[in-house]
Write a protein that binds this ligand. Structure first.
Ligand code: F3S
Length: 394
């Protein structure tokens, strides 16, 4: 692999032993995947920071990285962890707080921004064509498909290494030759009143090339996040071309195939049935909600005069800072019995309470929560979730 003068010196230890080791890792992986050079990155997003997911050995790896002198050279954000930092949530189990804070302290001392969210683009929207090294599949596919940025799906150790060196290997989606849509996917209009997560799960499961998706209507930030994150969960997608959405210079199209998606194709992805006797956890916030979504949920609850009743709860997961930054709307939601958890989500944490079924608008959550928590899961629109938790749904 070609290395420039700075990279050669870094490898020889000019910037410290741990930086040399980090670059060594990036070069090694780059050589395995056939990269010819490295590329500087503007923003790193580190995933794999939840103590529940990475355990004692992951904790030691991160703390060791810090103790050996690891310090960030580029803007770096952090994915959700396993604890609710607001302390409000009665749903998220905070019993691993000490171990999680050990991880957090090491990351913060290395210079990472403690946003604890999977929507890093909310803090720093990438520019078209910009090279990134992001972990977190939902954020990666959003950066590539909506902003036209360039990142592969990186794992935790590689994102740490990219942060302290400022480089990643140049292959995969960093190269235009790998950003070519090969199959046109057209959901028929009959599918468009089903929750958008079902379409994402279907595409992830059934389409193995970069899709060129046409025929979508009224897509807002929330539906784009849910569509793409669901696709990245059930498949290995890191880029989808959305007609009239993806920046034109971020891809090319060489169609070899096309597929139409029918309503009956999606029905298998809606999850389990919900019975009237079930205790329900409504869940919104996978990926974490944007401020507009938070306001929209508050408006919806007000319109329905909804209060979470009986054994039901509505959980909303948000970035670390929202409870302070959006205190008015958060307090309004809490007054209606809504459970807010900041800096975490049910996929990377343990739940304190047991529910018969989780009803969510997120295909990614449907994909993971059943396996992780052993509960029934149901995909629904945001409005239906509100109806379920307020017991107005038949
Ligand atoms: Fe984010 Fe957790 Fe979903 S990290 S994308 S809310 S699984």
């Amino acid at each position: 692999m070609y290395l420039n003068k700075e990279q050669e010196e870094m490898l020889k230890g000019k910037y410290g032993w741990i930086t040399a080791k980090a670059l060594e890792l990036i070069v090694k992986v780059g050589e395995i995947v056939g990269a010819e050079e490295l590329v500087p990155v503007k923003h790193v997003h580190v995933s794999g920071v939840s103590y529940i997911n990475i355990g004692k050995y992951g904790l030691e790896y991160i703390v060791d990285f810090y103790k050996k002198g690891g310090r960030t050279r580029v803007y770096t954000t952090i994915n959700p962890s396993c604890i609710d930092y607001s302390g409000f949530s009665s749903v998220i189990d905070n019993s691993n707080v000490d171990s999680q804070l050990e991880i957090d302290n090491a990351l913060i001392k290395m210079g990472f921004k403690p946003v604890f969210t999977c929507i890093p683009y909310y803090y720093r929207p990438p520019s078209p064509g910009e090279h990134l090294a992001w972990g977190e599949s939902s954020a990666v596919i959003y950066a590539n498909s909506i902003y036209g940025a360039r990142t592969n799906r990186e794992g935790g150790p590689l994102t740490l290494a990219a942060s302290i060196t400022g480089y990643i290997y140049k292959s995969g989606l960093h190269l235009p030759v790998n950003r070519i849509a090969r199959i046109r996917v057209k959901p028929l209009s009959e599918t468009l009143n089903l929750p958008i997560g079902a379409l994402g799960l279907w595409i992830g499961d059934n389409v193995k090339k970069i899709p060129y998706i046409t025929g979508l209507k009224n897509m807002n930030t929330s539906s784009l996040k849910i569509l793409l994150s669901s696709m990245a969960a059930s498949g290995s997608h890191a880029l989808a071309i959305l007609d009239n959405v993806t920046p034109r210079n971020a891809y090319s199209v060489e169609l070899e195939d096309h597929v139409e998606v029918e309503k009956r194709d999606l029905e298998d992805y809606l999850g389990d049935p919900v019975s009237r006797s079930d205790s329900i956890l409504g869940y919104i916030g996978c990926p974490h909600v944007h401020p507009e979504e938070l306001m929209e949920i508050a408006r919806l609850l007000k319109r329905y005069n909804c209060r979470c009743r009986d054994r039901n709860k509505l959980l909303i997961t948000v970035p670390f800072e929202y409870p302070v930054k959006y205190g008015v709307v958060i307090n309004e939601l809490k007054a209606r019995g809504v459970d807010i958890a900041a800096g975490t989500c049910p996929v990377v944490s343990r739940l304190r309470s047991k529910f018969d079924v989780i009803v969510t608008n997120s295909g990614k959550s449907v994909f993971y929560l059943k396996k992780i928590h052993g509960v029934k899961v149901r995909l629904a629109s945001t409005r239906e979730i509100v109806e379920y938790v307020c017991r107005t749904h038949s």
